[in-house]
Design a protein around this ligand. Structure first.
Ligand code: 4LM
Length: 393
């Protein structure tokens, strides 16, 4: 499938394999652990890389392959590696290319377990990590050392919705020949394609919008063919963070509606954010779709729209915040995001609890921050739910 097709078409057709045997319209699910060789010689040729073909599902599977090709096309990248979870994707991108003695520069604020991976696990293996505030790109330049190998960021940042400047950061990475990695989970390729700004690797928690139905944990890494092959030989072959073919099948089904789902998530979130912004019990709203947000200027250039996640602080203390969350009826109290169902959670005690209180403060994640993932329900019903709980503060 050509990369020049529109994203709505790619979401349905890119990477599609023709089922020559039966003509199945839906992707066949190859729910198999292993693949049978015609003879011993063929098995040997496949292991030696002399003959194309599947060997064993940890190394590759036709259903999973279709998903890889679809997401790669949508991101405008050559290839992709599907992983067991989003953390499998983040760790795969980082661990394949970093070794003891290398230096990694990461945004200070990132998803809690990505922070834990970098600050705890990678340092244990001798990788040096510096966390910087990337809203000032000069901080990145200032942190670069002779052993700096890679930079890592998310935008908008989970959970505080700060938008980072991909064009400027991408330039810095290219000038210094650093491997640049963006976590594109929050916007998906429908709303933001970091490859346009020269980024080398794009990672996703496919658990979120790509699948969109809250029934899978999965991840994917996009990049050029050479880097993806290297990742597959590391994170899939040797570490084993492989996506299940059944999960790939569900994501392939979910991704067909990604463009229309994102449209609705954005429209609903915009209405909800505007409602929150004018409410007298709300102290701050962080949503790049609001003119008051520092990320608003990137809409239409770097990102098509602001996505479906909103962060905010209420007027009141931590107990008021917990009571506010507990009174929600339509919003489920749950971590994760990007599902049809609207979700609400408290980053300091949940998704970002791997940070120490000091690290969290330093990263700009306040204790009072509440994060919602605006689902696909009717926006007025979501506003009614927020409204009833806010009225009781
Ligand atoms: C959450 N997030 O925030 P898996 N990258 C980003 C993420 O938000 C996440 C991952 C990677 C949440 C999970 C509980 C930007 C996860 C990791 O959970 O490993 O698929 O993705 O609520």
């Amino acid at each position: 499938m050509s990369h020049s097709k529109h994203i709505e078409t790619q979401a349905i057709h890119a990477g599609r394999i023709n089922d020559e045997q039966f003509g199945s319209l839906a992707t066949p699910l190859y729910q198999t652990s292993t693949f049978v060789f015609e003879n011993a010689e063929q098995g040997a040729r496949r292991f030696a890389g002399e003959e194309a073909g599947y060997i064993y599902s940890r190394l590759g599977n036709p259903t999973t392959r279709q998903l890889e090709q679809r997401v790669a096309a949508m991101e405008g990248m050559e290839d992709a590696a599907a992983t067991a979870t989003g953390m499998g994707a983040v760790s795969g991108a980082l661990m394949t290319f970093l070794q003891a003695g290398d230096h990694l520069i990461s945004s200070k604020a990132v998803y809690g377990c990505s922070f834990a991976l970098m600050s705890h696990l990678l340092t244990k293996f001798g990788v040096e990590v510096t966390f910087v505030d990337m809203t000032e790109p000069e901080n990145i330049s200032a942190a670069i050392k002779p052993n700096t190998k890679m930079i890592f960021l998310e935008t908008p940042i989970n959970p505080n919705m700060v938008v980072l400047d991909l064009a400027t950061i991408g330039n810095i990475a290219q000038q210094h020949k650093l491997i640049s990695v963006v976590d594109n989970t929050f916007l998906t390729p429908v709303l933001q394609q970091p490859a346009k700004f020269g980024f080398d690797l794009i990672v996703h928690s496919a658990t979120k919008y790509l699948n969109g139905h809250g029934d899978v944990v999965a991840g994917i890494i996009c990049g050029n063919t050479e880097m993806i092959n290297q990742i597959k030989m590391t994170v899939l072959k040797d570490i084993g963070a492989t996506m299940s073919p059944h999960d790939a099948w569900l994501i392939l089904r979910g991704i067909k509606t990604l463009p229309i789902r994102m449209e609705r998530h954005c429209a609903n979130a915009q209405k909800v954010a505007e409602f929150l912004e004018q409410h007298n019990k709300i102290a701050n709203v962080y949503y790049p779709g609001l003119k008051s947000h520092s990320g608003y200027k990137f809409i239409g250039t770097q990102m098509q729209a602001a996505g479906g996640v909103i962060a905010f602080e209420i007027k009141g203390n931590i107990e008021d915040g917990a009571a506010f969350i507990n009174r929600m009826q339509l919003f489920s109290i749950a971590v994760s995001l990007g599902d049809a169902e609207s979700l609400i959670q408290h980053p300091a005690s949940m998704t970002h609890s791997p940070y120490s209180p000091e690290e969290r403060l330093e990263a700009g994640i306040s204790d009072g921050l509440i994060r919602i993932s605006v689902g696909l329900e009717n926006a007025d019903d979501l506003i009614d739910d927020l409204s009833q709980s806010l009225a009781q503060i």
